[in-house]
Design a protein around this ligand. Structure first.
Ligand code: HEM
Length: 136
């Protein structure tokens, strides 16, 4: 039961999705990132031959994560990122390559400083959480 009277509830304020400028920003980000993956010696071997769907799903996922429409989950179900990445061997080199390519995409397409910091922090933490091979 929610006991806060409606009138006292703070305005929710714009989402990160809105502050980022809506869907276009995320589609540009994902397209830029996958163009880089296509030429990345560390990441390319992990991905399927045809990369054309990947940017689409990454964009829908990020839109949802940042508070926009939930088309990703409506079409794919719960993201379960760790489970979906289990088939790929992700070590520190893959994590770093992923984050560095994504950082360049963020710097190219995201103007709002708060959104930039939010995304970079999310990518650092999540890519680290996706590491699934032990290295000495
Ligand atoms: C912040 C980190 C990451 C996020 C948010 C992320 C997110 C995603 C998403 C949303 C998908 C699409 C899944 C789907 O089809 O529904 C995906 C696919 C994929 N990711 Fe990641 N990922 C991250 C890091 C990595 C890393 C470090 C690797 C290293 C190899 C990786 C490899 C892959 C591959 C190979 C696919 C393609 C799967 C396929 O099409 O068969 N990801 N990722």
């Amino acid at each position: 039961m929610n006991t806060i009277p409606l009138a006292a509830r703070p305005e929710p304020g714009p989402t990160i999705y809105e502050k980022a400028g809506g869907p276009e920003t995320f589609f540009k980000l994902a397209a830029h990132f996958y163009d880089a993956v296509a030429h990345d010696a560390v990441l390319r071997p992990h991905y399927p031959a045809d990369l054309s769907d990947n940017a689409w799903w990454l964009a829908l996922f990020l839109i949802q994560y940042c508070g926009g429409p939930d088309d990703y989950s409506r079409q794919k179900g719960h993201p379960r990122l760790r489970m979906r990445h289990a088939p790929f061997k992700i070590g520190v080199a893959e994590r770093d390559a992923w984050v560095n390519n994504m950082r360049r995409a963020v710097e190219a397409h995201v103007e709002n400083e708060e959104v930039k910091a939010y995304l970079l922090d999310y990518f650092e933490r999540t890519a680290t959480f996706l590491i699934n091979v032990k290295e000495d």
